[in-house]
Write a protein that binds this ligand. Sequence first.
Ligand SMILES: NC(=O)c1ccc[n+]([C@@H]2O[C@H](COP(=O)([O-])OP(=O)(O)OC[C@H]3O[C@@H](n4cnc5c(N)ncnc54)[C@H](O)[C@@H]3O)[C@@H](O)[C@H]2O)c1
Ligand SMILES: *[C@@H]1O[C@H](CO)[C@@H](O)[C@H](O)[C@H]1NC(C)=O
Ligand SMILES: *[C@@H]1O[C@H](CO)[C@@H](O)[C@H](O)[C@H]1NC(C)=O
Ligand SMILES: *[C@@H]1O[C@H](CO)[C@@H](O)[C@H](O)[C@H]1NC(C)=O
Ligand SMILES: *[C@@H]1O[C@H](CO)[C@@H](O)[C@H](O)[C@H]1NC(C)=O
Length: 724
Amino acid sequence: MAAPRVTMEVGNDGVAIITLINPPVNALAIPIVAGLKDKFEEATSRDDVKAIVLTGNGGRFSGGFDINVFQKVHEAGDVSLMPDVSVELLVNLIEDCKKPIVAAVEGLALGGGLELAMGCHARIAAPKTQLGLPELTLGVIPGFGGTQRLPRLVGLSKAIEMMLLSKSITSEEGWKLGLIDAVVTSEELLKVSRLWALDIAARRKPWIRSLHRTDKLGSLSEAREVLKLARLQAKKTAPNMPQHQACLDVIEEGIVHGGYSGVLKEAKVFKELVMLDTSRGLVHVFFAQRATSKVPNITDIGLKPRGVRKVAVIGGGLMGSGIATVHILNNIYVVLKEVNSEYLLKGIKTIEANVRGLVTRGKLTQDKANNALKMLKGVLDYSEFKDVDMVIEAVIESVPLKQKIFSELEKACPPHCILATNTSTIDLNLVGEKTSSEDRIIGAHFFSPAHVMPLLEIVRTERTSAQVILDLMTVGKIIKKVPVVVGNCTGFAVNRAFFPYSQSARLLVSLGVDVFRIDSAIRSFGLPIGPFQLLDLAGYGVAAATSKEFDKAFPDRSFQSPLVDLLLKSGRNGKANGKGLYTYEKGSKPKPDPSVLPIIEECRRLSNIMPGGKPISVTEKEIVEMILFPVVNESCRVLEEGIVVRASDLDVASVLGMSFPSYRGGIVFWADAVGANYVYTSLKKWSQLYGNFFKPSRFLEERATKGIPLSAPVSSSSTSRARL
Ligand SMILES: NC(=O)c1ccc[n+]([C@@H]2O[C@H](COP(=O)([O-])OP(=O)(O)OC[C@H]3O[C@@H](n4cnc5c(N)ncnc54)[C@H](O)[C@@H]3O)[C@@H](O)[C@H]2O)c1
Ligand SMILES: *[C@@H]1O[C@H](CO)[C@@H](O)[C@H](O)[C@H]1NC(C)=O
Ligand SMILES: *[C@@H]1O[C@H](CO)[C@@H](O)[C@H](O)[C@H]1NC(C)=O
Ligand SMILES: *[C@@H]1O[C@H](CO)[C@@H](O)[C@H](O)[C@H]1NC(C)=O
Ligand SMILES: *[C@@H]1O[C@H](CO)[C@@H](O)[C@H](O)[C@H]1NC(C)=O
């Protein structure tokens, strides 16, 4: 691939075309920024240049500032690696240029890309170009003047919405709002832009420097009111992140003291934000998610993914119908098989309801919904299985049933067909024992609801072939999931790592800590719901069954809480029967149910572990740590056993599968940020106070005492399942 560069060509009409070249999205890498400075200086000084058009190569303007630079800044801890763009390039060389500059945008102009375009004196766009400032998703704010120019072009409220929610708009909307001066076909883009630039030079069209506009800002008191509301809103929607309030502060600076003052404050605040843990965490997750698609010995050995056009789903229950839904939504034919027509009808109805739900919520057009439903066929036998490329089995958890189904599948399906199972607990080797197709048996672990949750754990055994793993990864991407390849163990990566989460929460309750205080502490930390609200949501029957699995698999580190049994005995089953630890009323948030307190007292009496018979006293911070450090401990086991390919895979899985806050970088990243040694010494202290449950694992102890980050690679000799 050619080096990133910026080119300039001067036409006979006196228009210099400056082009960004850095495929695939013309990211503004350091050499691109330097190239832009060079070319704009040259164009300014050349007598044969009357006007300038700035554009991107390959049908895309620019996807924004090169995120690799953030990573370098984080690694080096050196903010001076960030180039000075907002004043030197955007103000001095572009906006204040003596020659008019028109941005010709196409495909996308995001982040720094849109900021660059907004510094120009006019913007011409091709249809359906994506325009937005998503910087806040990386923990920073726009840093090339975007916080100042966007409100001046589209108005304050719209600009705040676009930045704080990282919402992009199309060029058509941009034209209505005043961000774009004209939308023209892709073929005409350059021609129109050149003429527009010449028109500005000849004063036939206005020469507008966005930073100097104030006409869309409204009065100072109006602006303050809008900002006040936005601050309140952000406090609710982004409570633990600093960049939202910072963005509003910077916008306000520009409104009160003028755009240039705003640009200076923006640069200063940007440099502060980029060094904070929030940005480190978000940038880490961004790269970690990309890294999941690189699996040693699978994606690097020259295999080509085979197409998967038709998929059979066995079992139309909750999981099966969710899985079928995501496939038809992404243009893959689905054959849904059930045991009788009653269940089949029920499964199809669920799929239809899933699809209709998306239409109701505005996430899908009616047309696309109809097309998706045409991709579905319900069946009661195997006659449609002759040409399926993949089967996903989602029937009830029963070894003999699954074994029977898999030996039938072996006969009914073509020899290349992937045989995937959605079992959450059963050993895959056992599932395939009665077949001679173990190389194509694989786990496809979706998270409920399967058509909503983004994570797909791909569970391989020692015998699963590289081709089959690669194919499932490819399908995973087509159905817009994030596939993470994991090894086989009870709970796989996420549920395994987080099994101590509910355990330690229940342990804390037995030690006398209030249930609702625990939930609230965990929510404040950043998970959407606490462990007991999660328990209500899953239902106590399911929770009891899941606990049993883990108790059986990891008896040395499971805490036997009587809580769930007591709740079940009292006729409660969580949200499903409207009787949980919380009360559920339509239209209002779940409220703590005071009538569970006697049950909790009974639970404490039965556990009988409160030191001296008195409830322990803990701070909110201790609650969070006593619940999450055991998760870190188990994560260490997951790393040590080689269940995940790399530590950052577990970070991604924890964020996408457990909704662990992405701005904390995922479970392992967070643990390293608070310090492995701190986690270790805390666990050790608690194990002395409250018993063996809190004992730190050997891996954690070793890393903590040697000062090695938990995320550092595991040497293969110490990996007990290195081949998986
Ligand atoms: N739903 C969840 O949240 C959840 C959680 C954990 C694990 N799982 C796993 O997902 C799988 C299915 O779960 P579910 O909740 O959808 O179960 P479910 O009971 O809702 O659905 C299973 C369906 O499979 C059908 N079925 C049984 N044998 C069949 C056969 N031979 N051919 C065709 N259809 C058959 C049943 O009639 C039933 O409709 C199980 O392996 C389970 O462990 C689901
Ligand atoms: C890849 O496979 C080769 C040959 O089977 C093996 O020697 C090597 O250790 C494997 N590498 C990894 C990273 O698993
Ligand atoms: C099947 O789907 C459910 C839905 O959450 C999931 O919990 C379960 O673990 C899945 N099993 C596999 C292997 O996909
Ligand atoms: C898969 O996990 C189960 C449960 O821990 C275990 O019994 C089985 O031996 C594992 N299989 C492999 C191939 O590691
Ligand atoms: C940590 O792991 C060790 C070893 O597996 C286990 O004995 C201990 O109970 C675990 N502690 C916690 C808090 O999960």
